[in-house]
Every structure is written in C-alpha cells, then in structure tokens.
Design a protein around this ligand. Structure first.
Ligand SMILES: Nc1ncnc2c1ncn2[C@@H]1O[C@H](COP(=O)(O)OP(=O)(O)OP(=O)(O)O)[C@@H](O)[C@H]1O
Length: 227
C-alpha cells in the first residue's frame, strides 16, 4: 500500500438475504473510500444494513457482490484463510458488547491477539500495559471482565482492537450498551486513542452527536451510501 492510498475502497458492494422465499437486498451497490487515519461515522436507521456493511469490510463472511479492497488488497476473491490473514494484519474490531474472554484478565485479553499475530509475549505485555494505561485502566490490569464496570470492559475491548496496530478499526455501536455519560467518556477516549495511533476507523452508530465528533459522516439509505 502506498502512503495516501485508501485503507478501504468499496465499489458496488451488494448483499442480499433470502428469507422465507423473499429476497431482501440490504446493500444495493455501496461505494466508499476511507483514507489512512480518517475517522468516519456510519449512520443509518435500525435495519439499514450498517452491521452487514461492517461484516463485508471486516471480511468476516462471504456472500457479498462487488469489490472490497482493504489496504490495497482486493479481498473480494480471497478464500477464507487469506481473508483471515488480511483481517488479522490490518483490522481491529469493537462491538456493542465487549466479547472479552471471561477467564482472562484485562492485560491478557489485550495480549492474546498479539500472540496470535506472533508478537513476542514481553512486547505484547508492554503494548497492552501502554494501551490500557492510556485508557485510564492502569489500576485494573489484573481484573477479569466480571470485575470491571461496563465502561471499563468497553475500554479493554478498545485496547484489544488497537493491540496489533491495525490500519483500520471497525466499530459497531461501540458505546451503545452504556449510559449516556459513560458512553460519551468512553467514546472520547476511543477517538483520542485511534487518532493518536493514526488508525482509520469506521464507526456505526445511531448517535448524531457522536457522529458529529468524527471527520466525516456517511449514511446508509435504501441500500446505498450517501455522504
Ligand atoms: N444473516 C441474515 N439473514 C437474513 N437477514 C439478515 C441477516 N443479517 C441481516 N439481515 C437483515 O438485513 C437487514 C440489515 O441488518 P443489519 O443488522 O445490517 O442492520 P443495522 O443497520 O446494523 O441495524 P441495527 O442498527 O438495528 O443494528 C435487516 O433487515 C436484517 O434483518
């Protein structure tokens, strides 16, 4: 990938689901470019296909039409293993519910994805400690998820998403599960950290106020993306 080339480039991305003999066209030709370091809000009503679009970009499933490029790699025609490799090397995920491993403490949850990416354990622990400390969790490193508040759990999930220095962070309602005050605080920390790391991000949200804090807003409407 050359310096200025997009982290994500979608051209004519489609996705349909067959349900009880009826086909719903959820994505009907989505075009999108995200530049390195750019933080983009993905707005759209419930059921408009935001999660489906993040799944396309996250290379989690097949079944999409059109072209999906991640970090200059045409992922549309890759098999499952190659898609997993692109995902591991370039993408971090934050979900509405944290999906942390319950039997592992905060630092281990942030170390594990780095071990999967062949980072030596010592380096992975240093990185995890730095990220968690930057998120205000320096005193919570050895707490398991059940010993953390909802906001703290989401911050561990943010640290985990950034652990492998992804070029792209995909976030699906990352603070949708938190009360408003906590959501605002966690979201500001998320934005500051992503900006500091220089990662690009695409953040699905219903929240216009959070969207306004990002660099650009795109909206899904009738299966098409509008600026
Ligand atoms: N695996 C599936 N099989 C059938 N239909 C699906 C499947 N996944 C999603 N859909 C349908 O696709 C549409 C878009 O769903 P999606 O979850 O992407 O919307 P969303 O914008 O993320 O919604 P929300 O904001 O409520 O999370 C919905 O009508 C949903 O029912």
């Amino acid at each position: 990938m050359t310096a200025g080339s997009p982290v994500v480039r979608l051209a004519g991305v489609t996705r349909s689901f067959a349900q009880g003999g009826v086909t719903i066209d959820v994505l009907r030709g989505v075009n999108l470019s995200v530049r390195p370091g750019e933080i983009v809000a993905l707005l759209g009503p419930s059921g408009s296909g935001k999660s489906t679009l993040l799944q396309a970009i996250g290379l989690l499933e097949g079944g999409f039409g059109g072209r999906i490029e991640i970090a200059g790699i045409d992922a549309s025609k890759l098999g499952k293993d190659m898609r997993a490799a692109v995902r591991r090397d370039h993408i971090g995920f934050v979900y509405q519910f944290h999906h942390l491993l319950p039997d592992f403490n905060a630092i281990e949850n942030v170390v594990l994805p780095q071990l999967v990416a062949d980072t030596p354990r010592g380096d992975a622990e240093v990185r995890a400690t730095e990220l968690l400390t930057a998120l205000g969790l320096g005193q919570r490193l050895d707490h398991r998820p059940s010993q953390l508040s909802g906001g703290e759990q989401q911050r561990v999930a943010v640290a985990r998403a950034l652990a492998n220095r992804p070029r792209l962070v995909l976030a699906d309602e990352p603070t949708g599960n938190l009360d408003e005050a906590t959501a605002d605080k966690v979201f500001q920390q998320f934005l500051a950290l992503v900006r500091g790391e220089g990662s690009a991000a695409l953040v699905a949200t219903h929240n216009e106020r959070l969207a306004a804090a990002m660099d650009r807003v795109v909206r899904l409407h009738d299966g098409i993306l509008e600026e």
